[in-house]
Design a protein around this ligand. Structure first.
Ligand SMILES: [Zn+2]
Length: 175
């Protein structure tokens, strides 16, 4: 049985978590390793300081899984004793995560990764710019988006290809 409903709500959290290690001025940074930035990130995502360590570890594994460097089985330690509890509401049954608070956001991100894998296979991927460490969820119909953002990486890669073509053409003229 695959449970996607619980995870799909957290696609934005997952993508934001994957994108906490951007390259800035040629160097890879870790937003979650910087005290003040980490606190802001946690607050903006409804998480507490107690969740930071587990979020960082789950993020590192998720990044490797999305890049194809690790199999999803590497997520197993992060899913220990994760349960779902059924709750009766006035309108029906609602499923809630049964997990201690320090691991809640990390588990939500992992379930979001899995839900995307089931519902939108192949649409969560690393940016096509090799110098960029960001990820994207391709929502376009043809599923051909390659860049985390057209404004930054898309234009940069286009300019680079143009430059390479121009250089190749020049070498051809000379030979
Ligand atoms: Zn990018």
């Amino acid at each position: 049985m695959e449970l996607v409903e619980v995870g799909l709500r957290d696609a934005a959290l997952l993508l934001d978590l994957l994108n906490t290690t951007p390259v800035v001025e040629g160097r890879q940074r870790d937003i979650l390793a910087d005290g003040a930035q980490a606190s802001t990130w946690l607050r903006e995502h409804g998480a507490t300081e107690a969740e930071l360590a587990e979020l960082v570890e789950a993020r590192n594994v998720l990044q490797a899984v999305v890049r194809g460097a690790e199999s999803a089985a590497a997520l197993e330690p992060h899913l220990n004793e994760v349960g779902l509890r059924a709750r009766a509401t006035t309108g029906g049954v609602r499923w809630e995560l049964d997990i201690d608070d320090a691991r809640r956001s990390a588990v939500r991100a992992i379930l979001a990764w899995d839900a995307l894998r089931v519902v939108s296979p192949g649409r969560l991927r690393a940016c096509g710019n090799p110098d960029c460490r960001l990820f994207l969820i391709d929502r376009s119909k043809p599923n051909t988006a390659r860049w985390c953002s057209m404004a930054t990486c898309g234009n940069r890669m286009k300019a680079r290809r143009h430059h390479q073509r121009a250089r190749t053409a020049k070498t051809d003229e000379q030979s």
